[in-house]
Design a protein around this ligand. Sequence first.
Ligand SMILES: [Zn+2]
Length: 334
Amino acid sequence: MGSNSKNPKFLLDQIAEFMAEEAEEMSDQELLEEAGEAARSVGLHVEKLKRTLGERTASARREQAAEWLSELPLKDMIKFGWLKLSSPSLDEKVSACLHFFDTPDVTAWRDRYRDVLEKAAFRTSPSFDSQPGAVAAWLRQGEIESGHIICKPWDSQRFQRELLNIRSLTRKKDPKHFVPELKARCAECGVAVVIVRAPTGCRASGATRFLSQTKSLLLLSFRYLSDDHFWFTFFHEGGHLVLHGKSALFLEAANMASTKEEQEANEFATRVLIPPEYQTELFRLRLDSYQVIRFARRIGISPGIVAGQLQYAGRIERNHLNHLKRRFKWAVKD
Ligand SMILES: [Zn+2]
């Protein structure tokens, strides 16, 4: 066969030629039997190939699913009761997570959460130390819980008026006493306020997104336990809803002034909490607890927020007057 002995096409031609020569010698009956045998053998071979291919696809899918699960805060999702598993198998975990996210498969999940994943990944460095999958799970739980809140249609003007009323809630000490009223007032304007504990890997303190043309989600975590941080984040998120249209998702990191929109939301929150007519007075305020408490009472907000604003403006050190801030205790099951 010489140099052609390793050429498959040449070999096939040789075999075909040999078989054709053989066939010349066969009767019609023998030819039919031979052809039937060949067809059966090809059929079996094709079945085997299909099986191997199927197994490879299933194994690739399992690998992809396992990788996906490793991106999610699975332990916390189970601990917080977000996932209900009937068995600890990989398939059950994947199907419970797909059900939680309401997506048919991992590819659809990546498509649906593209903006979240990109934003969270972008902010991972340096101040937003979060896992994108953990942020997506936190947001999804917020979406699920917002489904239980019946809201009137979004009304920006009304929401802005309502924010001025909500200011006075900052003086209430216990979240048990102010959260129901906060939620009710916001629901009247088309804003579903949801407070969801952040899972491991999600360091976000707040987020906003419009769920539809008429309903928005204002999501808060209780990662930050002081009243000034909680309320500033709430009014900052309110600023995004009022100022920045219905298409974008806003996700808050520790440093909230990185873009023009973040700056605007910060200014909005400051304006609502300490109206412009009091700003001069704030900057002339004698920096002792008594004066801060009096000023806070007069303008109708908590002393902790005034202390936070003085720190934010650089008038006092970050550790100064912190005793005026209230520490929230959230009812959290561990
Ligand atoms: Zn923001």
